[in-house]
Design a protein around this ligand. Structure first.
Ligand code: ADP
Ligand code: ZN
Ligand code: MG
Length: 511
């Protein structure tokens, strides 16, 4: 019997609106002293009336559209009734049968796919609905009292529920990471898991894979009772908890006692195990009913207005970076992961393009851009990011401007500096904000000797022809002639082939 995991996620995204979901309290009081950002509405005093936050509704629509959902033309709020000390009204205002968004779909890559796992997978999004957060409970030392901080009570949340379409823990992680990036791109949430801006409950069950033609498909359950794992506060926790749970359930199946009821388990971060909490109530226990104090949400027109504010989404940006800038798949992915870096790259390329058209170079942009893509990959993604990490700065605040960085790349491209001095120039640019030509002039780093120029050309050719270099080093002697030809081309035929060969052999011998 072969088993496969069935996983569905329920995700809460804390929306970074100015005020709370149904009152005017400050929604940015995360670090404020307890119970200072509260009012009678979010404290659940009798007789108060909620007013829905327009910005939260816009964010809900924007997020729904970004994950491929349809917008419900007439949406509404409902009361979800339960008692708990973090919920002063005795009910949570949420959405039951008319959520803001429904029926989404997302196709994404799984960079963590191993073995025969899917590298590309599609997940159905059941719904996105808006609701208010509960207060934060703090269990005092010694377990003698619990403290309640109502600052968080009434914070707007978007809850996203997926179909049970994930087949592995790593798919769930890849999805959550993409969701975080989307929410950040939209500007609707900081989506920081560690800070609880993005919280995930993971549902998991196993089912038999029907690979035996003798077994009738209908005789095997498509879904089995699931376990809902709560308290997942990091991507790693989601992945580990799911892996643990898959293993635990597999063992139960193997000894002939698969889970018979749906249960809720908590993730114990210290012990790295899941622990049974309770047998779950179903929606009937919450006695949902329409919120009488809030009018229905007419979203049809709003949808059109919000649609016009949709920024470019990460996947579209990755694709554009590959096509427009000739960046490799992995490079484009890495750049788009950090919006500040993506902006910087974009501005750098735009500067490079301008430089090309005003520099009198005869090369066409389409011919040069792959070379610049290589330079960006090497000098931005490895060297610059490394340097910035070292001096603890960030691309958005660094002294280095895209103009100066682009100029730096043109110096490399034109062979005016070699890669050793380039490192020095880059560091100086980052530290002083000076432009690279100035640094090169002041420090006398410009390549002057003929031999130097030649060496640089050889270096460039070696860098750009990894495969041929590999062939040569693997013993294919003839490969060197190709490299000599490339250097001749690079130096516009001004070099002495014998000398080129000598330098090449010396350099390749040392590599
Ligand atoms: P509940 O009634 O417990 O709220 P739902 O049907 O509303 O269950 O689903 C909640 C989440 O659990 C969804 O993300 C869904 O995809 C997932 N889910 C539902 N059934 C299963 C199952 N058998 N195995 C794994 N996940 C499931
Ligand atoms: Zn309030
Ligand atoms: Mg449900």
């Amino acid at each position: 019997m072969t088993l496969e995991p069935v996983i569905g996620l329920e995700i809460h995204v804390q929306l970074k609106t100015k005020s709370k979901m149904f009152c005017g309290c400050d929604n940015r009081a995360e670090d404020a002293p307890p119970n200072t950002a509260v009012c009678p509405i979010c404290m659940g005093h009798p007789g108060t009336l909620p007013v829905a936050n327009a910005q939260a509704i816009n964010y809900g629509i924007l997020a729904s559209l970004a994950i491929g959902c349809r917008i419900t033309p007439q949406s509404k709020f409902d009361r979800k009734n339960y008692f708990y000390p973090d919920l002063p009204k005795g009910y949570q205002i949420s959405q039951f049968d008319k959520p803001v968004g429904v029926d989404g779909k997302m196709t994404l890559e799984n960079p963590y796919a191993k073995g025969n796992e899917r590298t590309v997978f599609t997940i159905g999004i059941t719904r996105l609905h808006l609701e208010e957060d509960a207060a934060k409970l703090q269990h005092a030392e010694g377990g003698r009292a619990s403290l309640v901080d109502f600052n968080r009570a009434g914070t707007p949340l978007a809850e996203i529920v997926t179909e049970p379409d994930f087949a592995s823990a790593s798919e769930a992680k890849a999805f959550l990471q993409e969701l975080r990036l989307i929410m950040r791109t939209l500007g609707v949430s900081d989506a920081d898991m560690e800070k609880g801006h993005l919280r995930c409950d993971a549902n998991v069950s196993l089912r038999q894979v029907i690979d035996d033609p003798a077994v009738e498909k209908e005789s095997v359950a498509r879904f089995n009772p699931k376990t809902e794992v709560k308290n997942l506060n990091s991507f790693k926790a989601v992945e580990r908890a799911l892996e643990y749970e898959i293993l635990r359930q597999t063992k139960l199946w193997e000894i002939g006692t698969p889970p018979m009821v749906t249960t809720t388990r908590g993730w114990d971060e210290d012990k790295q195990i899941t622990v049974e909490q309770r047998v779950k109530e179903d929606s009937a226990d919450y006695r949902y009913f329409p919120e009488p104090d809030l009018p229905p949400l007419e979203l049809a027109e709003l949808e059109n207005a919000v649609r016009r504010t949709m920024p470019e989404l990460p996947e579209a940006k990755r694709q554009r970076f590959r096509e427009e800038y000739a960046l490799g798949t992995a490079d484009a992915k890495q750049i788009v992961e950090t919006p500040g870096l993506a902006d910087f790259t974009e501005q750098t390329f735009s500067e490079l393009r301008e430089w090309l058209s005003s520099s009198g170079e005869k090369e066409e942009w389409d011919a040069v851009k792959p070379k610049f893509a290589k330079l960006v990959s090497g000098w931005l993604l490895s060297k610059l990011l490394g340097l910035m990490a070292e001096i603890k700065t960030d691309i958005r605040i660094a002294k280095l401007t895209p103009e100066n960085f682009a100029e730096f790349l043109t110096l490399l491209h034109a062979g005016k500096i070699n890669s050793t001095s380039a490192q020095e120039v880059l560091r100086a640019m980052l530290e002083s904000g000076q432009d690279p030509s100035q640094i090169v002039a002041e420090r006398g780093l410009e390549q002057v000797s003929d031999l130097g120029d030649l060496e640089l050309a050889v270096d460039n050719v070696i860098l750009a022809n990894e495969k041929v270099v590999g062939d040569y080093k693997a013993g294919k002697q003839a490969a060197i002639m190709f490299l000599v030809g490339q250097v001749m081309k690079e130096t516009k035929g001004k070099a002495k082939p014998d000398l080129v060969r000598e330098i090449l052999e010396a350099k390749l011998g040392k590599l």
